[in-house]
Design a protein around this ligand. Structure first.
Ligand code: NAD
Ligand code: IPM
Ligand code: MN
Length: 348
């Protein structure tokens, strides 16, 4: 029996996850699903954003289908109680250090991209984002300086083993694609990045078949809108990867199009759209479910070793988009559910 944990969370999380689940059910009626509260929804229900039962389910399951967490109404809570603590806790507890965020322009979406058609249509890249280290997980807090002024701090650091294992994922990923890896850092300023760059260069010795380049993150952000087609695989740290992937999503038409897989290198994975809970459109059937549906395809590929079924889902999404199916973010009028209907029907 294959068990999928469904943690749909807050805002549009439940709306888009419902469509991803439908697609998985249509692909395989034998999959078992178990839902559990996470994020703000879990906090309201249990007092904790990541209750022990939810973490336990995520650990027991073969894979986790995740929606999104967060709502401004929780922003005043202590950090450990905020919805975002749930997603960070799941990544850390499950050891999901490798986050794959593919960005490509589906044919038909050229006009949805904010880039010129000929620039946009070349985008087909994957961001390999380190997910359990960096400034996200360093010591953090607020304190008073000697003169009584308030100060906030977040320590950024990477250990060489953390960099080595994500670099390897980057090189391995590049090997299965165009053979190009671009490592993004800020080594001109940050010691964390200097170590990152040194270790990536060391690992490169094991991958002579992969063409490695380095970019500073500010330049990378510029290059991503100047000419996204130059990138094949980008490997970068947690913070830079977070920012660059939202940027890449818009090159590809919408943040509602980008899926992700968070992996521990051992088959275990959590699959989630890169977007958040979108409180501005939540509850109105306006969210694009494609990112969630494409995340379900990544689940099939990476955790269930069903690459063929993953391809079927991706082709179904491509087909309905080519036929003009559009949610509002893509300039259309279809509801979240209607978009899900189209994809399920296109599966045949
Ligand atoms: P967001 O990604 O939720 O929304 C940014 C913009 O994109 C909004 O205008 C939203 O309407 C739009 N958008 C996002 N997903 C969409 C979709 N599927 N279809 C159509 N439009 C979509 O980012 P934000 O507004 O900065 O954050 C809102 C909350 O979500 C915050 O609490 C934040 O911490 C949280 N968040 C959670 C995750 C996650 O759970 N993985 C990721 C990012 C942000
Ligand atoms: C993402 C989100 C998360 C991150 C937040 C909600 C903690 O932005 O998954 O991209 O920063 O990693
Ligand atoms: Mn993000």
């Amino acid at each position: 029996m294959t068990l999928i944990a469904v943690l749909s969370g807050d805002g549009i999380g439940p709306e888009v996850t419902a469509q991803a689940r439908r697609v998985l059910e249509a692909v395989d009626a034998g999959l078992q699903f178990e839902e559990a509260p996470v994020g703000g929804a879990a906090y309201l229900e249990t007092g904790l954003p990541l209750p022990p039962q939810t973490l336990d389910l995520a650990k027991r399951a073969d894979a986790v289908l995740f929606g999104a967490v967060g709502d401004p109404k929780f922003d005043a809570l202590a950090r450990a109680f905020r919805p975002e603590a749930a997603i960070l806790g799941l990544r850390k507890e499950l050891g999901l250090f490798a986050n794959l965020r593919p960005a490509k322009l589906f044919p038909g979406l050229e006009d949805a991209s904010t880039l010129k058609r000929e620039v946009a249509e070349a985008i087909d890249l994957i961001i390999v984002r380190e997910l359990t280290g960096d400034v996200y997980f360093g010591e953090k807090g607020q304190r008073r300086t000697e003169d009584g002024r308030r100060q906030g701090y977040d320590v950024m650091s990477y250990g060489e083993d953390e960099v080595r294992r994500i670099a390897r994922i980057g090189f391995e990923t590049a090997r299965t694609r165009g053979g190009k890896l671009c490592s993004v850092d800020k080594a001109n300023v940050l010691e964390t990045s200097q170590l990152w760059r040194d270790v990536v260069n060391e690992v490169a010795g094991d991958y002579p078949d992969v063409a490695l380049s380095h970019l500073y993150v500010d330049n990378a952000a510029m290059q991503l809108v100047r000419d996204p087609g130059q990138f094949d695989v980008i490997v970068t740290g947690n913070l830079f990867g977070d920012i660059l992937s939202d940027q890449a999503s818009m090159c590809a038409g919408s943040i509602g199009m980008l899926p992700s897989a968070a992996l521990n290198g051992d088959g275990k994975g959590m699959y989630e759209p890169i977007h958040g809970s979108a409180p501005d459109i939540a509850g109105r059937g306006k969210a694009n479910p494609c990112a969630a549906i494409l995340s379900a395809a990544m689940l099939l590929r990476h955790s269930l070793a069903r690459g063929e079924d993953a391809g079927r889902v991706e082709q179904a999404v491509a087909r309905v988009l080519a036929d003009g199916a559009r949610t509002p973010d893509l300039g259309g009028e279809l509801s979240t559910e209607a978009m899900g209907d189209r994809v399920v029907n296109a599966l045949g």
